[in-house]
Every structure is written in structure tokens, then in C-alpha cells.
Design a protein around this ligand. Structure first.
Ligand SMILES: *[C@@H]1O[C@H](CO)[C@@H](O)[C@H](O)[C@H]1NC(C)=O
Ligand SMILES: *[C@@H]1O[C@H](CO)[C@@H](O)[C@H](O)[C@H]1NC(C)=O
Ligand SMILES: *[C@@H]1O[C@H](CO)[C@@H](O)[C@H](O)[C@H]1NC(C)=O
Ligand SMILES: *[C@@H]1O[C@H](CO)[C@@H](O)[C@H](O)[C@H]1NC(C)=O
Ligand SMILES: *[C@@H]1O[C@H](CO)[C@@H](O)[C@H](O)[C@H]1NC(C)=O
Ligand SMILES: *[C@@H]1O[C@H](CO)[C@@H](O)[C@H](O)[C@H]1NC(C)=O
Ligand SMILES: *[C@@H]1O[C@H](CO)[C@@H](O)[C@H](O)[C@H]1NC(C)=O
Length: 831
């Protein structure tokens, strides 16, 4: 009783506690059909419902159980899947008529292949729903042909495959014998866990027909553990032991021994080794994720104990507080074994109620070899097959929670990183048609990327990992997809490569490219655990770590190319900043100047909006900060147009009130999701919009040169100073641009000025000479000011002026076309 009360209390308390937050935001998101994450697709108008997948042992062939057919696809090529063979396996007209006569929809009366397994070296075995009358068949692997017995009759599939294609089932072949869990009747009320095709003198086994072994289950998955000689089944069912809560769903792991041959009198032709236990997926203070959705087995690393075999499961929740959320929990074989070796609850066969009373232990349920036990012992097993203890996840906590994705399928892989450490990588399919790739780090999961696979949610799908092919296969109603596990070359710099924290990818300093670590000969730039750019992007022969521009090597704004933006005074300017990563924080900077919130609006999408006034002309940088590393994403030079069209005077105090808004979009090197909206944007676009009810008074068409930030590769190869760049590849593009510009500046200076002049140039007038490259010379005074204000005192003064200047006097006085040499008229030149 106390147990019940305490459980109830816990449940009620748990209702009040919100789920814990974990960072589940994918770092980058690839849209459907993104060229950076190329998918290979196999579709066939004829063959739909391609959801049962099986890889050949050599990994070169993918067998697909489809609707009325079994296909064989050649998957040797990285970028194609070619149909090699097709076996038609459809019900006859009569079968279909019988099926529709029983009131089933014609589309559901097809033969949906739901079991497809390698039986032995020469044959495969398949079962299908076959017009609500399940059948099975052998397939000759050599000739890829159906094998019917001499009478031409196919094997009865009852107990091996469901009748109804919407019922879930699981099957696995061990030593030529088929272990299945499915419903075995037309109405789907009779669940069985059974063995078929038993070899030699061994008999086929199933659960005893008595009630209570399993309760309205949904079968999820099965796996064979050779060290234990046991098959484990995973499913959810109604938790009868919690009969005081109406239909509480619980997740289970059940086991049977492959050596089982059934009892001699008691439990004849029935399992003697069946036992089940509850799998708990919850963390403290949270409602349990009680509904298992999928589970995958990860064998232990070489040399590790078999007890370190791990089961990665996806769980959702029965309760609405957690609706739309799912969790990943990891269970260790050692823990499962310990629970099955412990005490068992007792089932009262008359009342079908469970109790925890301690009985004299006549037998050890779940132990292999019970088939030769006494009748007394087997009767004990019939009442004691639910383990008293629950299996808790590794570390007693959730491995991952997704607040907004319902995961439906999982695959797992152990990947050895460049430093020899092994990381678990999970592939998770979502209900909404996305694939998440997650690496489990010491301090939690990191979603490396998100790839959209389907435009629409897909109800039935399957996921199969091929380690040898480096790809995951996804079977859905519409066809089969192949997704490479990674595309390292998507990451264009060492910093991006390291920040991705993808254990497959590392920076190759000799090729200046992010590549699969297996292809890199030496000095791999990678830090999966820490994502520390300064550590991983520092080549060993160059002991001083590269600083970012903003840290130790301030950007020489006068020499920055940036995107040239010419504006008329009083117009609202909006500068866009591309998003390199959804985990990065973007912010804007003006050299030596604070961006006053009165003048500047930094928007959630990363863009910066302000009114063009003399004080807001000049250079702008958009920086992104991720994991302690800062980099420049885009640079702009905002200049006044030389021939402005007359503008209506704006009200200075309503800086964002009236005027035109022009949006400038910087170069976009990535096609990632922005603010939940998807859609890749053109490299450089310029829009004229009226945002936030700003009236658009006129349309202006600007033409932009592509920002040179995006085009540094050619420069990089042509330029000198190779050694240094070789050692510091991560800032390569940025560095090259700045270096080249520095060189340009210096040479311009050298040719133009005498030594003395140059000295003066160093003290104050350098920016002027730099800006000589640019006929407009727009930003020069700004820079001069910026340079001058290198003492903190001057800086604050400067800021103050910019701030007070607002969009006020300057705007009005300059608004009416005072343009020429605007540099001399800027309000932030001390008045
Ligand atoms: C990887 O990404 C790069 C850069 O976006 C792209 O050019 C390349 O085609 C992609 N490769 C694959 C296999 O998707
Ligand atoms: C594989 O199984 C099939 C069907 O039972 C049987 O005919 C065949 O001989 C077996 N092959 C081997 C190599 O055991
Ligand atoms: C990583 O996994 C590989 C392959 O399973 C294994 O050989 C190696 O010992 C593992 N390394 C560590 C540090 O566990
Ligand atoms: C088969 O695919 C169709 C879509 O092509 C889908 O509507 C149907 O539900 C699928 N049937 C099963 C049993 O999954
Ligand atoms: C990154 O690595 C550098 C060099 O090894 C180290 O000084 C710095 O503290 C590290 N940063 C973080 C956040 O760990
Ligand atoms: C900008 O570049 C010039 C020419 O190379 C240099 O003399 C000057 O010191 C630089 N300014 C800053 C702020 O680094
Ligand atoms: C801008 O100009 C380009 C070429 O001059 C033209 O193709 C484009 O349609 C113009 N866009 C607008 C919005 O006027």
C-alpha cells in the first residue's frame, strides 16, 4: 500500500515539474535537396511501401521488402542505387476478393513484406501480410528467385507476420531459426512471441496460451546477443502491475534462450525461459518517457566485455505534458542481466494480479536450461516471469531529450576520432521527416546536423546503417533514400570544421580542407569533445595559437573590403548577416564604437537596422561567436551616395518611422535554416522591403559585387607567405584578405609617400591612404576618428558624440544633397 501511495505521490508531483532542458538545437540544418547534403533516392512507380530493409553481408546489396514485391538494389556506388532484381510476390485475384469481401480496403489487401531475413548461406526468408492472410517464402540468394515447394503452396505465415499491415512486428533469424514477435490472428488480439523453422529435433516454441504473458503489446525490435545465447525482444504493453492506474503503458525488454526446447510435461512446446522486465526511461523530477518507439543494439568495442553491449532506445510519453517530446535512453546488457537474475513478481493466475510477495524460490526464472527442470519448477516459472526490479538507463539519466521532435527510428555507431577516443554517433529520424545526427559528448548530446529527407511527415519508415558504405538507408512509403553519414567538405574553414564537432571530420592542414579523418595523413585538426578552435587549428610546428581578428589582431577597417553599400541619408538600412551555425551568437560591431540601441536595431534574424545619417556611415562587421570562438561573417562599408535623389526630410526623433528600408544581404555560403524558415537564399540578393509597417516610398535597385569574403580561395593560392598560412589554416580566407589588403595598403603608401610621410601616415593618416583604393573615400574620416580614439578617453567621447548626434542635426543639414566630400562633413568629426 505504501508503495502505491508513494508512487501516486510521485506521479502527482511529477505532473507539476516541467521537463528538463537540454540543448537539442541542430548546429546546421540542410534543406530538402540541399547540394551540400546530397541524397540518393530510389523510387519506383510500381513498388511502393519500401519499408523493410536488409543489407547483404558484404554490404553491396540492399534487399527491400515492398508492396507485392521484393527488390534487390546495388548500393556499391556512392551516388546511385540501381535496381538489380525484382521478385513479384502479389496475392491472386481470388485472395484480393476474399480480402475485400471481409471489409478491408483494397489498398491494404496488397502483400506488404514485413519479414526479410538472411536464413543461411544460400537462402533468405520473407513473410508478407498477403491480403490479410500472411504467407512466407524462401528466396534463393544466388538466383534471387522465390522458392515454392513442389506443391506450389507457400508457407503459412501466421505467427510470423501480422495480418494487418498497420500492426508492428519484429523478427530475427539465429542459426537458421526464426524468432518472431507479432499478433497471430486476424483481429490483432493474440500476441505471440515464437520460434519457427526450428532445426533438427528441436520443436517450434511459443508463449503459453494462458493469459497474462504479455498484455496488448506493440512489438518494436529484437536482437540476438551471442555471449548470452539469448534473443531479447523490446516492446511496450499495458503495465498490469500498475493496475490502479488505468492502462499505464510500460516499456519492456523480454528474453528467451536459444537453447530452449520447451518443457517435457509442463510447458510443452512452450518457452521455459521467457522473462520480462520494465525499461525505465526517465530522469529525476520528470515524468517517465514510458513508450518505447525504437531500439538499436550497439555491440561493445573490441576488447570490451560483452556486458557493455548497449541498447539505444527512443521513448515517447503517454502524458500530454510531454507530448511532442521524445527521449533517448541507453541500457547496458550487464544491467539487464542483473535484473533478470534478481527477484520476480508473482502473478495470481486467477485474478491476473501481480504481487511482490516473496515466494520460496523454486527455480530461477529466465535461466537457460530450464527445459529439463521439474514440473514444479516450471509451474513456478509460469507465475514468476516479471522481474521485480526495473532496468534503469546508464548513468540513471536520459542520454538525450528533444523538446520539439518526436523521434521514430534510431541507428547507432561507434566512431573513433582522430585522438583515438571513441564517440557514439546516433542517427535519429523524426516524425516530421528529418534526420538528426547526434554525437554523445561527456557534457551531453550535440546535434551536429539536421537533414531534411522528406517534405512531409512519413508515417511508416525504417532506418538502416551501413558502416561499410558510410551511409544510412531510409525506407519509406515512397522509396528508399541513401544519406552519407557526413559531408566534411561542407565546412569551409578550420574553425567551422572544428566547431561542427563531427567525429568523422577533421581539418587537413596540407590540403586546407575539411575532410574525413581517415583520409588525412597528419596533424588532423579536430576537437570533438571541446570544439576548441584555437587548440585544434593550431599546427604543431607553429606554437603560437592563431588569434581571432577581434582578439589580438584588430581588423584594419580602413582596408577591409566589405560589401559596399551606398545609401541616401535618411533611409533605413538593413544589413543582413548570414548564419553559419544555429549555435552561434551573432552580433554587429563598428570599430571602436558601441552600437547604441537608440540608433541600431539588432534583429532576431541577425540583421542590423538603422537610419542612414552621417554618423552611421562607415564600416560594419558582423561577428559570430560560438563555443568561445569569434569570427567575422560579413563586412559592410556603408557610404553615402554621390548623387542622391532628393529625399523628403525625416523626423529625426522617429528614426525608424518613415523612410525606405533597404535590405542588404551579405554573401551566403551556407544554405541553412534561418529562424525556423527554410529555403536557401541566393548568394547575394538585395531587396527593397517595407518592414514593420514602414512605408516604402520608392524602389531602388542596387547592384552589388559579390563580397570578396566569399572569394578568397584564388587569392589564397596566388599569394605569398604560404608557410604561415599553411600553419594557420583556420583563418585562412579572412587572413588572406586582410593580408593582401595590408600589402596593398603598404605598397600604396610606399610608392606614394616618403619615409617621413609614411611615419605620419602611421600616426594618423594611414586610413586615408588605404581608402585611396576607393574613389569615394567615404569612410576615411570615420576611421581617422576611430584611430584617434584609441585611448579609452577618446573612445567614450567619440561614442558620446555619435550617440548625441543621433539622427538629428546632421540629417537635416546634409539631407538635401550635401554630398560631395561628405567625409569632411561628418558630425562625428569634432565640432
Ligand atoms: C558537400 O558539400 C559541398 C559544399 O557545399 C558540395 O559542393 C558537395 O557536393 C557536397 N558533397 C556531397 C557528397 O554531398
Ligand atoms: C538453407 O535453407 C534452405 C531452406 O531450408 C535449404 O533448402 C538449404 O539447403 C539451406 N542451405 C544450407 C547451405 O544449409
Ligand atoms: C575504439 O573502438 C575501436 C573499435 O571498436 C577499438 O578497437 C578501440 O579499442 C576503442 N578505443 C577505445 C579507447 O575504447
Ligand atoms: C503504403 O504507402 C501508401 C502511400 O504510398 C500509404 O498511404 C499507406 O499507408 C502505406 N501502407 C502501409 C501498410 O504502410
Ligand atoms: C582552448 O585551447 C587553448 C589552447 O590549448 C586553451 O588555452 C584554452 O583555454 C582552451 N579553451 C577552452 C574554452 O577550453
Ligand atoms: C591600417 O593599415 C595601415 C597600413 O598597413 C597601418 O599602418 C595601420 O596601422 C593600420 N591601422 C590599424 C588600426 O591597424
Ligand atoms: C535590378 O536590376 C537588374 C539589372 O539591372 C534587373 O535585372 C532587376 O530586375 C532589377 N530589380 C528590380 C527589383 O528592379
Amino acid at each position: 500500500m505504501t508503495r502505491r501511495v508513494s508512487l501516486w505521490t510521485t506521479m502527482v508531483l511529477l505532473q507539476l515539474v516541467g521537463p528538463a532542458d537540454m540543448n537539442d538545437t541542430p548546429r546546421v540544418s540542410f534543406t530538402l535537396g540541399s547540394p551540400s547534403r546530397a541524397l540518393t533516392r530510389f523510387t519506383s512507380a510500381q513498388d511502393g511501401n519500401t519499408t523493410t530493409l536488409l543489407l547483404s553481408d558484404d554490404g553491396d546489396t540492399l534487399f527491400v521488402g515492398a508492396r507485392d514485391a521484393i527488390l534487390s538494389l546495388d548500393v556499391r556506388q556512392a551516388s546511385s542505387m540501381v535496381l538489380k532484381g525484382r521478385l513479384d510476390w502479389s496475392p491472386s485475384e481470388k485472395d484480393l476478393d476474399d480480402c475485400t469481401m471481409k471489409g478491408k480496403r483494397k489498398t491494404d489487401c496488397s502483400n506488404f513484406v514485413r519479414v526479410l531475413q538472411v536464413l543461411n548461406s544460400t537462402h533468405m526468408y520473407a513473410c508478407g501480410t498477403f491480403a490479410f492472410s500472411p504467407r512466407c517464402t524462401y528466396i534463393n540468394s544466388e538466383t534471387f528467385s522465390l522458392m515454392t515447394d513442389p506443391s506450389g503452396k507457400q508457407e503459412e505465415g501466421r505467427g510470423r507476420c501480422p495480418y494487418d499491415p498497420y500492426q508492428r512486428n519484429t523478427a530475427i533469424v539465429v542459426d537458421g531459426e526464426l524468432y518472431t514477435a507479432t499478433v497471430a490472428d486476424y483481429h490483432g488480439n493474440w500476441p505471440v512471441i515464437s520460434r519457427h523453422l526450428s532445426e533438427g529435433s528441436r520443436v517450434d516454441l511459443k508463449l503459453d496460451d494462458m493469459l497474462g504473458w504479455v498484455e496488448d503489446p506493440t512489438f518494436i525490435s529484437s536482437t540476438y546477443v551471442p555471449s548470452e545465447e539469448k534473443v531479447y525482444f523490446f516492446f511496450s504493453e499495458v503495465g498490469r502491475e500498475y493496475d490502479f492506474i488505468d492502462k499505464l503503458t510500460v516499456s519492456r525488454v523480454a528474453q528467451v534462450c536459444t537453447s530452449d526446447i520447451g518443457g517435457q510435461r509442463t510447458l510443452q512446446k512452450r518457452w521455459t525461459t521467457f522473462a520480462k522486465a520494465q525499461l525505465l526511461c526517465h530522469s529525476d523530477g520528470e515524468l517517465p518517457y514510458n513508450v518505447i518507439e525504437d531500439v538499436v543494439t550497439l555491440p561493445p568495442a573490441e576488447g570490451a566485455s560483452a556486458d557493455d553491449t548497449l541498447f539505444y532506445g527512443i521513448f515517447s510519453s503517454q502524458w500530454s505534458v510531454n507530448s511532442g517530446r521524445s527521449a533517448v535512453c541507453v541500457f547496458r546488457l550487464g544491467d539487464v542481466k542483473a535484473v533478470f537474475a534478481g527477484n520476480y513478481k508473482a502473478l495470481n493466475r486467477d485474478t491476473l494480479r501481480w504481487s511482490s510477495r516473496i515466494q520460496e524460490k523454486i527455480a530461477r526464472p529466465g535461466e537457460c536450461g530450464l527445459h529439463s527442470a521439474s514440473d514444479n519448477a516450471l509451474r513456478f516459472v509460469k507465475e514468476n516471469f516479471l522481474a521485480e526490479e526495473n532496468v534503469h538507463p546508464v548513468g540513471q539519466r536520459l542520454a538525450m531529450v528533444s523538446a520539439d521532435q518526436l523521434y521514430s527510428n534510431i541507428a547507432a555507431q561507434r566512431v573513433t576520432a582522430a585522438d583515438g577516443r571513441n564517440y557514439t554517433v546516433l542517427y535519429l529520424l523524426t516524425d516530421s521527416g528529418l534526420l538528426h545526427k547526434v554525437v554523445l559528448l561527456d557534457d551531453g548530446p550535440h546535434v551536429v546536423e539536421e537533414v531534411r529527407l522528406f517534405p512531409e511527415p512519413q508515417p511508416v519508415k525504417s532506418l538502416l546503417l551501413s558502416i561499410s558504405k558510410g551511409a544510412v538507408f531510409v525506407g519509406s512509403a515512397e522509396g528508399v533514400l541513401k544519406v552519407p553519414v557526413a559531408n566534411c567538405s561542407f565546412y569551409w574553414s578550420c574553425a567551422e570544421c572544428v566547431l561542427a564537432r563531427d567525429p568523422f571530420c577533421g581539418w587537413d592542414p596540407s590540403l586546407h580542407a575539411c575532410a574525413e579523418i581517415s583520409s588525412i595523413r597528419a596533424n588532423v585538426g579536430q576537437d570533438v569533445e571541446g570544439g576548441n578552435v584555437s587548440k585544434a587549428c593550431m599546427a604543431p610546428m607553429n606554437p603560437s595559437p592563431r588569434s581571432t581578428f577581434t582578439q589580438q589582431r584588430p581588423v584594419n577597417v580602413s582596408c577591409l573590403p566589405g560589401e559596399l553599400v551606398t545609401v541616401s541619408l535618411n533611409e533605413v538600412v538593413r544589413l543582413r548577416c548570414p548564419e553559419a551555425s544555429r549555435l552561434a551568437r551573432r552580433h554587429w560591431k563598428r570599430p571602436n564604437s558601441r552600437l547604441s540601441p537608440d540608433l541600431y536595431l539588432q534583429q532576431a534574424d541577425g540583421s542590423l537596422q538603422f537610419l542612414a545619417t552621417p554618423s552611421t556611415l562607415g564600416p560594419y562587421l558582423c561577428l559570430s561567436e560560438e563555443n568561445g570562438y569569434e569570427q567575422i561573417l560579413v563586412a559592410f562599408q556603408v557610404k553615402q551616395k554621390s548623387n542622391p535623389t532628393p529625399m523628403p526630410a525625416a523626423t529625426p526623433s522617429h528614426a525608424y518611422g518613415q523612410p525606405t528600408t533597404h535590405v542588404w544581404v551579405g554573401p551566403r555560403r551556407v544554405d541553412i535554416k534561418e529562424n525556423g524558415k527554410e529555403g536557401s537564399m541566393p548568394t547575394v540578393t538585395q531587396e527593397s522591403t517595407s518592414e514593420n509597417s514602414h512605408k516604402t516610398s520608392r524602389k531602388v535597385n542596387f547592384t552589388f559585387r559579390p563580397n570578396s569574403w566569399a572569394e578568397t580561395d584564388s587569392v589564397n593560392r596566388a599569394g605569398g607567405d604560404t608557410n604561415q598560412r599553411m600553419d594557420t589554416p583556420c583563418y585562412l580566407k579572412e587572413l588572406v584578405v586582410v593580408s593582401v589588403l595590408l600589402v596593398l595598403c603598404v605598397s600604396a603608401l610606399l610608392t606614394a609617400a616618403l619615409y617621413g610621410l609614411r611615419q605620419r601616415c602611421r600616426s594618423r593618416t594611414v586610413p586615408q591612404s588605404c581608402s585611396r583604393r576607393d574613389p569615394e573615400r567615404g569612410a576615411a574620416p570615420q576611421e581617422r576618428e576611430a584611430l584617434r580614439s584609441q585611448s579609452p578617453h577618446a573612445t567614450s567621447k567619440h561614442n558620446g558624440q555619435a550617440h548625441n548626434g543621433h539622427a538629428g542635426k546632421g540629417t537635416i543639414s546634409l539631407g538635401n544633397g550635401v554630398v560631395n566630400g561628405s567625409n569632411g562633413h561628418l558630425p562625428n568629426t569634432p565640432i
